[in-house]
Design a protein around this ligand. Structure first.
Ligand SMILES: Cc1cc2nc3c(=O)[nH]c(=O)nc-3n(C[C@H](O)[C@H](O)[C@H](O)COP(=O)(O)OP(=O)(O)OC[C@H]3O[C@@H](n4cnc5c(N)ncnc54)[C@H](O)[C@@H]3O)c2cc1C
Length: 373
């Protein structure tokens, strides 16, 4: 490890852990700092490419310990956020070359003449050769890379999300485990629903989990009133589990039978009624002009934020990790690590900008349709 650069990854969620594994499996040690003591949740369902995860991380989620999934479409599978997070974290904990430092919040990062400095909220400091921000849509590292455009912009709608145990319903959902996503629009609202493996990975009918994402373009006032959305249209927070008022849940509950078919209605109603299940994810978009400056770079939602309608948020973070780790590993001997960051930016920026622009078109079409309906 003596001649290896000290690489710090800020954020130990899906993109940060994927990058850590991508680096470690290519012989590059990394130090991950994550503000949460251990992430409890960050979402519900995710469509994933198992082949891409295997190629990037060096661990195959199709081989024991496997990642519980159901087929989605073509080579994509559906899994749950908690299952993927637990799988990545488990692999990171057992992989040599990864330090996972949880419960440590970065307050700010700064480029130095050589390397970078991290300041933590407990007042301590750390020096690094390179700092990679994998710290999500509200990234602290992005603020140092793009101080002129630090925040992601609200895309005009939020997504009510829930993950419900099938056994809490009066009857199992009549949707096969191989059924992929169910998608429908009603009165300007959009519902995406699916069955997912149970918490124990079971695909047995009655023991699965049911996920829903209910798109709603009528919540700007709520987001402003709860200080999640700034006057200028920037998104600075989400509606986490336990934070949604009973009157909002009652309003949603009343709409369920009018909007959604019997197959999903009970699961959606159960999720909406449960404070522990329902969350509201305001959808943001961030179009980057830069992915790296000096000794700092970005991956995942810190780098680019897109609508879930693209189905590509996480997948793009996995590709970022693959590319950055490969470029770092292929550095000429003796080259300082920060020089590789500009090659990463040159290789990655055109694709991620095109994706965010595509996302903006999808969002604008949806928001326009939803508000005129
Ligand atoms: C409704 C919805 C559905 C989606 N569906 C899909 C899908 O089907 N397929 C897909 O590919 N993508 C999907 N996405 C997108 C996907 O969920 C995200 O792209 C992905 O989870 C982002 O992961 P991340 O690790 O980049 O960021 P995050 O999950 O936001 O993680 C950031 C991490 O950084 C930590 N952190 C933040 N600030 C600090 C700090 N100052 N100090 C230390 N740590 C810090 C946080 O605690 C967190 O652990 C969906 C998103 C939504 C909202």
């Amino acid at each position: 490890m003596g001649s290896q650069p000290h690489i710090v990854i800020v954020g130990g969620s899906l993109a940060g852990l994927t990058l850590a594994l991508a680096c470690a499996s290519r012989g590059i040690p990394v130090h991950v700092v994550e503000r949460a003591a251990q992430r409890a949740d960050g979402g519900d369902s995710l469509s994933v490419s198992l082949a891409a995860i295997a190629a990037t991380t060096g661990h195959d989620p199709r081989v024991y310990p496997t990642l519980p999934v159901v087929p989605a479409y073509r080579d994509r599978h559906l899994t749950t956020w908690p299952a993927l997070y637990a799988w990545l974290r488990g692999r990171a904990l057992e992989t040599a070359g990864i330090i996972l430092d949880e419960g440590k919040m970065v307050a700010s990062v700064h480029n130095l003449a050589s390397g970078a400095e991290l300041l933590f909220s407990d007042g301590t400091k750390m020096l690094a050769d390179v700092v990679i921000g994998a710290d999500g849509y509200h990234s602290v590292v992005r603020r140092a890379i793009a101080p002129e455009a630090p925040y992601a912009r609200y895309a005009g709608y939020l997504v009510w999300r829930g993950l419900v145990e099938e056994q809490t319903l009066t009857r199992p959902v009549s949707w096969p485990s191989s059924g992929g996503l169910w998608i429908d629009f009603e009165e300007g609202y959009r519902l995406v629903a699916a069955v997912l493996p149970g918490r124990d990975g079971s695909l047995e009918i009655g023991r699965r989990q049911v996920t829903f994402a209910w798109f709603d373009a009528h919540r700007e006032d709520l987001l402003r009133a709860t200080s999640r959305l700034t006057r200028d249209g920037y998104l600075v927070g989400t509606l986490g589990r336990g934070s949604i008022d009973s009157d909002v849940r009652a309003e949603l509950l009343e709409m369920v039978p009018k909007l959604w078919p019997k197959t999903w209605a009970e699961a959606v109603a159960t999720g909406v009624q449960s404070t522990a299940s329902l969350s509201g994810a305001p959808i943001a978009e961030y179009l980057p002009d830069k992915l790296a400056v000096g000794s700092l770079a970005l991956v995942g939602d810190a780098a680019h934020v897109v609508s879930p309608m693209t189905g590509s948020g996480l997948a793009t973070g996995v590709d970022d990790a693959m590319m950055l780790a490969r470029i770092l590993a292929a550095r000429p001997a003796g080259e300082p690590a920060f020089k590789a960051l500009l090659r990463y930016q040159a290789a990655r920026l055109p694709y991620v900008r095109a994706l965010v622009q595509h996302s903006r078109r999808l969002s604008a079409e949806y928001a326009q349709f939803a508000l005129q309906d």
